[in-house]
Design a protein around this ligand. Structure first.
Ligand code: URA
Length: 235
């Protein structure tokens, strides 16, 4: 049997936009099905139907994946009563039911954050068992101790007993180091660097798996990831 979807679901998934915005677009005659304007929000459409939004062909995609250049000063959360969250940076045309940040960066951390509505995808990216690399650049108050690189690669244990998986540490500038982790625990980079004598002044995530931050984005901007790019963040 051919799969069918409600018209508003298809618009929301493919535009992408929220379901409410999709209903408005349908009611305001922006959508046609097989050549005729359709204002029926719950009309059933299948893969063979030709659905156009303002003349652009839409095909059903189940999930969305956005690359956000997270700026400092916003929370990696879906909502907060007092502070701005990363979802407040998503323009209305890209809002989507169930959107959330796949993983957390601290409020003051900048860089690559993926927003999606696909829980399985986020799990695959974040599970420590999958060993997806997360690469950070940290500016530090002073360089880590001499033996820090070996301690990172052996798997660091903090004085409170917290054990981290083996990670990599590399000096890349007078006051900057690169840290590569395969897990994403609370304040992990800051806590690991503190354990080897360095306080983090600024922290930036540059890549997840084989997906690198697109530097044509400015802090606070986001764009849709292609399927191939979304998959690269899992490798
Ligand atoms: N490690 C940290 O300490 N902070 C982040 O935001 C991410 C990793």
């Amino acid at each position: 049997m051919k799969e069918t979807h409600r018209l508003d679901q298809l618009i929301a998934a493919a535009a992408p936009c929220s379901r409410r915005e999709a209903s408005r677009l349908i009611r305001d005659s922006h959508v046609s099905v097989n050549g005729a304007v359709c204002r029926v929000v719950d009309r059933k459409v299948g893969d063979d139907d030709i659905v156009l939004l303002d003349g652009r062909r839409l095909t059903y995609c189940r999930h969305v994946y956005y690359m956000l250049y997270k700026p400092a000063g916003v929370l990696s959360a879906t909502e907060d009563r007092h502070e701005r969250t990363v979802l407040d940076l998503v323009p209305a045309s890209m809002q989507r039911d169930g959107l959330f940040p796949a993983g957390r960066l601290d409020k003051d951390t900048t860089g690559l954050l993926i927003l999606t509505d696909d829980g399985d995808y986020a799990h695959r990216m974040l599970s420590p068992r999958r060993h997806v690399e997360k690469r950070y650049i940290a500016t530090v108050d002073r360089m880590p101790a001499q033996d820090a690189e070996e301690r990172f690669s052996a798997g660091l244990t903090l004085s409170d007993g917290t054990c981290y998986q083996p990670a990599s540490l590399r000096r890349i500038g007078a006051d900057t180091v690169e840290v590569v982790l395969h897990e994403g625990r609370y304040h992990q980079v800051k806590r690991m660097l503190s354990c080897v004598g360095s306080r983090v002044i600024a922290l930036h995530r540059e890549s997840i798996g084989q997906l690198t931050l697109d530097h044509s984005l400015s802090p606070g901007e986001l764009r849709v990831l292609s399927d191939d790019e979304a998959q690269r963040a899992l490798r």
